[in-house]
Design a binder for this molecule. Structure first.
Ligand code: ARG
Length: 666
């Protein structure tokens, strides 16, 4: 049940009745900011008055005269210049809450027109360990998958694993040149990760050495340009140049200062890559004679793609190991996929695809490479390099076609870092040529996870922070909290070791996941264990605690939940809402469906976390003001227990849809 939607539908009728096309105005019906103005406010009378050339208050009165509200709302109140304030009848609200609680789906209806949706998320490059950024794609995608499904859509989640990219060239090179056989046998993925990092470091080292002279010159050049401009600014000032001239000169100065910063940063980057190797005798030794490593690594990848037997064999050896490693992480995160067709799956389709696109005139050659060209853009999307290699974009085009033909979807959604925006813009443009006109193609983008210093979260050595270590630490910190609570408990109530571990897992991982999902996905955010595990605030811990607290009330009061629910379901009991805090909690509870619908409108799980946070806050105020077990009246006690129960169920279901588990005790 979505109350605001019901109100909007009825306003649509009222607007039509006075001869107004309703659509543009329905978005102006919103929850009230302040309860003293009621529950909802409709603000369309002002723009409408302007359009009709009437006083907004009169327009409001006309609309209200045609508005059907009696069964649901108190008499609407027209306030100020023409705001229409609406308040749900408290008796009706109680009925709605009661009905919601008696429904397995907590009153959430399925969508009228379910869609077939392919959801592409997680998709790590498997030959490298997952890093902190992977939590974003994985968990945003996982929660959207759960919510879209819950609302009745047919979702195919597809993990488009990066199992075919250039990283394999690095690993193969490392494997052939630097393998520590014993370490590989003991812990293969760790050794592969080391080989990857080492090879990559050497590739970067030689690239940096190649660039450093040019970068030194660039810095010099940028420094000189800046100095010259400084002088221009000083002279202009001394000569009393007009304001706009000064302004322009200063603007140019800013631009040059930024340009200098940026080349300097590149220079420093190159320098530190060089130093990292040259200050380490072991690395110096390994680098010796490997000037061509950058090229050699590309050759390894190319050999794999072109069917070289040895490289295929090595790939077949490595992939299951990597798969096992990512699967283990998915297990800890409670994430599943319907299919996992990695990039390698599409390999055989790439050649024919490029040929076909060329034949159809969609792609053509450009400087030895092949690209798809777009009407009003200079840059094509490259689908084959001049050395014959296919690109990320080629695979994505093949994947689009495969998905179109296999699933006949209404939508294909990609949960991928915002840095790939350009790639997806081009891909979606190109898709138009493939005849995918009606399919919604959407890039669900997200920002970067930052460290304390406001820069991308990296280890001291400058590598991305590995996800596995973060999961371990989240669990360890949660364990410390759970253990602390445990020692405060009377002996007979203490957790077993196993219970502590499982609770710590749910709390620790839940905290990490929630911290991610509660962000506006477009923004960057600063990673902080302390914040995410806080007992208060917009955290999973707070939500899990609210849930556990309800459970403990039922335990303490020896309340039989099943009986309580049954009494409200069969009408033995009727819920009434007396206290304002009870009403406020009830009102929040009926907003669950609207919250879920707002998530899927623009694929934003943070609308659900915001809802849950608000709900937990309303519950807190309720709990403070309205004694439950010690309520003076048996009926009031039952009503309050009923509200507690529905709150706990809503939190549990909400968390589940985010991919987070609850705990009975903490
Ligand atoms: N493997 C890619 C990466 O790690 C992400 C793939 C996203 N999905 C896609 N169909 N392009 O950057």
């Amino acid at each position: 049940m979505n109350v605001i939607k019901i109100i909007a539908d009825r306003f649509a009728k009222a607007l039509a009745a006075i001869g107004v096309e309703p659509e543009p105005y329905l978005g102006l019906i919103r929850p009230s900011q302040d309860p003293k103005f009621g529950d909802f406010q409709a603000n369309f009378a002002m723009p409408l008055g302007k359009k009709l050339g009437k006083a907004p208050r009169d327009v409001a009165a006309d609309v209200v005269a045609n508005f059907e509200y009696e069964d649901l709302l108190e008499t609407p109140d027209i306030a100020g210049p023409g705001f229409i304030n609406l308040r749900v009848k408290t008796t009706r609200l109680a009925e709605l809450v009661q009905a919601e609680a008696c429904d397995e789906r907590l009153g959430v209806e399925k969508v009228a027109n379910p869609r077939k949706i392919v959801l592409d998320y997680s998709a790590p490059n498997v030959a490298k360990p997952l890093h902190v950024g992977h939590i974003r794609s994985t968990m945003i995608g996982n929660s959207l998958s759960r919510i879209l499904r819950f609302l009745g859509n047919d979702v195919v989640s597809d993990n488009h694993l990066g199992d075919w990219g250039t990283q394999f060239g690095m690993i193969f090179y490392g494997y052939r040149n630097f393998l520590d056989r014993k370490a590989y046998e003991e812990s293969p993925v760790e050794e592969l990760a080391r080989l990857y990092r080492l090879t990559r470091q050497l590739v970067d080292y030689f690239a940096a050495k190649n660039d450093v002279d040019k970068l030194t010159k660039d810095v010099e050049f940028a420094q000189n340009a800046l100095n010259a401009q400084k002088k221009v600014c000083i002279d202009a000032k001394e000569q009393g140049a007009p304001k706009d001239v000064l302004k322009k000169a200063n603007k140019e100065l800013d631009r040059l200062a930024k340009a200098l910063d940026s080349v300097r940063e590149k220079f420093e980057g190159a320098k530190s890559k060089i130093d990292a190797v040259e200050n380490n005798p072991e690395l110096v030794r390994l680098a010796e004679g490997r000037e061509t490593i950058g090229h050699d690594v590309l050759t390894e990848t190319s050999k794999l793609h072109h069917g070289d037997e040895q490289n295929r064999a090595l790939w077949n050896e490595i992939i299951p190991l990597c798969q096992e490693e990512v699967d283990h992480i998915y297990e800890r995160l409670d994430v599943k996929f319907d299919v996992a067709l990695g990039e390698s799956f599409y390999n055989d389709r790439l050649g024919p695809l490029v040929e076909r696109l060329k034949d159809e005139g969609i792609a053509r050659e450009t400087e030895g490479a092949v690209g798809v060209f777009f009407p009003d853009q200079d840059a094509p999307m490259l689908i084959q390099k001049s050395d014959g290699a296919y690109l990320y974009a080629t695979t994505d085009l093949a994947t689009l076609e495969y998905r179109r033909d296999t699933y006949h979807p209404d939508a294909i959604l990609y949960v991928v870092d915002f840095r790939q925006s350009h790639h997806f813009e081009q891909l979606f443009e190109a898709a138009k040529f493939l005849g995918m006109g009606n399919v919604e193609l959407y890039h669900i983008k997200f920002g970067t996870v930052l460290g304390d210093d406001g820069k991308p979260f990296k280890t001291r050595a400058g590598d991305a922070v590995e996800l596995k270590g973060l999961l371990d630490e989240a669990e360890a910190r949660a364990y410390a909290i759970v253990e602390g609570n445990n020692s405060d408990r009377p002996a007979e109530e203490r957790f077993s070791e196993e219970e502590m571990r499982e609770t710590a897992r749910r709390v620790g991982i839940g905290a990490l996941v929630y911290a991610d999902l509660s962000q506006n996905r477009d923004s960057d955010y600063v990673f902080s264990f302390d914040k995410m595990l806080a007992m208060n605030g917009n955290t999973a811990t707070y939500m899990q605690y609210a849930y556990a607290r309800v459970r403990s009330i039922f335990a303490k009061g020896a309340v039989d939940v099943a009986t309580l629910r049954k009494e409200y379901a069969d009408g033995t009991r009727t819920l009434t809402l007396e206290m304002p805090e009870e009403r406020a909690l009830a009102f929040e509870l009926v907003g669950f469906q609207a919250a879920l619908e707002s998530v899927v409108r623009d694929y934003r799980p943070n609308f659900l976390t915001a809802y849950l946070y608000e709900l937990a806050n309303k519950y807190s105020s309720f709990f403070e003001k309205c004694p439950v077990l010690r309520a003076s009246d048996e009926n009031v006690r039952a009503n309050r227990l009923f509200l507690c129960d529905l709150t706990a169920r809503t939190i549990a279901l909400g968390l589940k849809l985010l991919g987070i588990q609850t705990v009975e005790r903490m």
